[in-house]
Design a protein around this ligand. Sequence first.
Ligand SMILES: *Cc1c(COP(=O)(O)O)cnc(C)c1O
Length: 474
Amino acid sequence: MKYRSTRGGLSPALFTEILIEGLAPDGGLVVPEEVPAVTAEELEAWRDLDYAGLAAEVIGRYASGIPAEELARICRAAYDPAVFGGDPIVPLTALGEVTLVGLSEGPTLAFKDMAMQFLGQLLEHELTARGTTLNILGATSGDTGSAAEYALRGKHGVAVFMLSPQGRMSAFQRAQMYSLTDDNIHNIAVEGDFDDCQHLVKVIAGDTAFKREHRLGAVNSINFARIAAQLVYYFWAWLRHSDAVAPEHRAAHRVSITVPSGNFGNIFSGWLARRMGLPIHRLVLATNENNVLDEFFRTGVYRPRTGESTFATSSPSMDISRASNLERFVFEVVGRDPEALRERWSGLERDGVLDLSAEQPRFAEEFGIVSGSSTHADRVATIREIHRSTGAVVDPHTADGLAVAARHLEPGIPMLVLETAKPQKFPEIVAEAIGEPAELPEALQALLEAPQHVVEVANDAVAVRNLIARDAAH
Ligand SMILES: *Cc1c(COP(=O)(O)O)cnc(C)c1O
């Protein structure tokens, strides 16, 4: 399997060569040259595998440059029951009319652990094999930064420099990141907001001499290794859901899956799984009030917002102004033609709008994607109703998914909803809905009380660069 750029300007590369960036040198996104197919017989042969075994098979279709036994070892280390609170790594739970797919059993209680734990093991393997080091520079408003830190803590040859906005993260998010004591984890609280943090990363990583000298890299949501790792739970969810179906009917067993969405990373993995041959009927894309993707899938018109016109909502990990993975989907819509993609994208950059309304009917018919959006009132009502009818407590992002899924139920087609975080991370909205926050296990209570390690800096690229130069892995 080779990789190229959506915009055509990358000579075919191996999986092991695209781990660090995701962005191709021509500004496009890295995509596999073809989508591997999985037959119904192959799917059945995977039924008895545990999660780590399935991961090695699914990711193995993409992981060129890594020997199969090495990949199996990496998957075993990543999807360890000790890291994911026991077996199964991804539990399925019936919840009224739908089935919840539990992607939040990892150390930071959100689905980003699913891919990041794999990437952490993979990076350590690759860096050791190449005898080199890497310094990850990122900005976070919460989930991504903590998932990266928990995946890379204590790993050889890699250090993490994570910028976060001073005073703008929740108590839980701060405790989760700042309580880490590993020498290779550097939390940097910037005097500014999340956009300021992102801007600093852009400025520092844009200095190519500094970037090369300190071997800076990123593990953000456009990283294709993360997309590949996210494929696994779509296969897992279908396999576990169809366990109850009589063997002769399994090949015809179709499900729909609702995905709480922001940067279009998670649901792009779902689409790729469907394209590989997994029997998914509909992928339902759920947004919150930041509904640029819902608008795109309903009308075919993509109109990214500015940072200022992006709402701060009670499902904050879905508060995006532009969906950084959407270019991969548009690449498919224009028939994998880099020239057509470039033309569309320069139009978007010029006019601020991408109009694919002529293609919009294909989004559901051919690609299987439909969409909807949800509001704060929907989240509160959903958390309350699920609690009343089942006793379960869900987080606000999963509630967005449940609210939108309810409008897309079809007779005879089971609906699965991806649980993207645990409710303990979002005590305010849970208390608003059910009168009290979700119960905190003892370990999490202790986390909130642990000493915190964070360096505070001004919103100043030179100050941040000095910290990196001082503490970088060499
Ligand atoms: C990141 C995140 C999302 C959005 O996922 P994308 O891959 O960006 O679409 C949804 N819910 C939670 C809890 C997240 O952390």
